[in-house]
Design a protein around this ligand. Structure first.
Ligand code: ZN
Length: 380
């Protein structure tokens, strides 16, 4: 904790990240701390206390060296005084510094890169979903910090669906998405969920990277390893999180997979596929595009015009999960990306992209899967 005239900034809590370098008048000079044993940084999360009614300037001077500096253009920071509703606050980016201007309306205000999803909330989610009829909960592995890798299994159908999220721990919208998808999938009154559970068995890892989540990392685990570059050859020393999930996938097979992420720079929700894998087939590609286009019809919060470039044939990086699963299992494999900033097609000046929209996109993805699942072959 660093205190000036009764105003304090602290980050020593679950997913906290900031360093206080100094203060000049009402301006605080801050820096985002790098992921442990890594050069990546962009996630910030801190508490500001004792500044009710005081106009403050919070200047993050090392923003220009962050992993995705293009993510700061038109970005607005998230702030909350009740830790439930997160609103966007005035933010500007110039000369490598991100400057947040805020006059707190409460004695304590939390600021973050995106609405946080704490490990305590993760445990609440797992406990709540695991207690519902037909859901099995297993601890399938342990992280380097000794946290559990949780797997939830539900449904009775012959097709094998895998959802996994938050390989990159700072992409908290991915676990908000999971909460929306899991709440719907376990709703006994939801016809889409009932139909999906009759036709498929779902294997769901709501958080692939508990250590990075708790440590306040952007992109890596406790050893500074980017888990989404480990899928070709995961090891117990570097990436036990990926190793335990891939071993279980080898046992179940995979027919359809979604890897859920957030993108720092692109102000849209989109998916990426596996076009460059050596084993690519026309049918795999057709089903991938069918899912993508169906999802775009299910919700105006998803679109197909903006996204990543496509790898040329044979040039896919098989260390990335979506490519590895499509190659390994011949399945339909997708990377879903949600914005940190905003969906520019449907902007919300007050909240930007939000936990609520992430959860609703999780529900919409189930609508799209429901519509195409009969065409997805069962190999698992
Ligand atoms: Zn990511």
């Amino acid at each position: 904790m660093t205190a000036f005239d009764g105003i304090a900034i602290s980050s020593s809590f679950d997913s906290g990240n900031i360093a206080v370098l100094g203060r000049e008048g009402n301006r605080f000079d801050l820096a985002i701390v790098k992921d442990h044993q890594s050069d990546f940084y962009q996630w910030f999360h801190f508490r500001l206390t004792g500044a009710k009614g005081v106009p403050l300037v919070l200047r993050i001077g090392n923003a220009g060296g962050a992993a995705y500096p293009e993510g700061w253009a038109n970005y607005r920071a998230c702030a909350s005084s009740d830790r439930e509703t997160w609103r966007r606050v005035q933010t500007r980016y110039a000369d490598g510094a991100l400057t947040i201007e805020i006059t707190p309306e409460a004695d304590a205000v939390w600021l973050a890169y995106f609405a946080p999803y704490s490990m305590e909330r993760h445990h609440d989610l797992v406990a709540r979903i695991a207690g519902r009829p037909g859901v099995r909960h297993e601890r399938i592995g342990e992280t380097l910090d000794g946290q559990d890798i949780d797997l939830l299994t539900l449904g009775e159908g012959p097709k094998t669906v895998w959802f996994y999220a938050r390989q990159h721990p700072g992409e908290t919208m991915a676990e908000w998405w999971m909460e929306g998808a899991l709440e719907r999938l376990t709703d006994p009154h939801d016809p889409v969920a009932r139909s999906l559970r009759q036709r498929a068995t779902f294997h769901i890892v709501p958080n692939m990277n508990p250590d990075g989540s708790r440590r306040g990392h952007l992109r890596t685990n406790a050893a500074g390893v980017n888990l989404n570059r480990e899928w070709a050859a995961p090891t117990a020393e570097r990436s036990p999180e990926v190793l335990c999930v891939l071993q279980r996938m080898d046992q179940t097979g995979v027919d359809f997979a979604m890897d859920v992420h957030g993108d720092e720079a692109i102000p849209h929700a989109f998916i990426a596929g596996f076009e460059g894998i050596p084993g690519w087939t026309e049918e795999q590609g057709r089903l991938y595009h069918l899912f993508r286009d169906t999802l775009a019809r299910c919700t105006p919060d998803f679109q197909t015009r903006h996204g990543y470039g496509i790898a040329p044939k044979g040039k896919a990086n098989l260390a990335m999960s979506t490519n590895q699963l499509a190659q390994r299992f011949g399945c339909v494999s997708t990377t879903l990306e949600m914005p940190f900033k905003e969906n520019d097609d449907l902007p919300d000046p007050e909240h930007g992209w939000s936990p609520e929209r992430s959860m609703r996109l999780g529900r919409a993805c189930l609508d799209a899967l429901h519509q195409i699942l009969d065409e997805v072959p069962a190999r698992g």
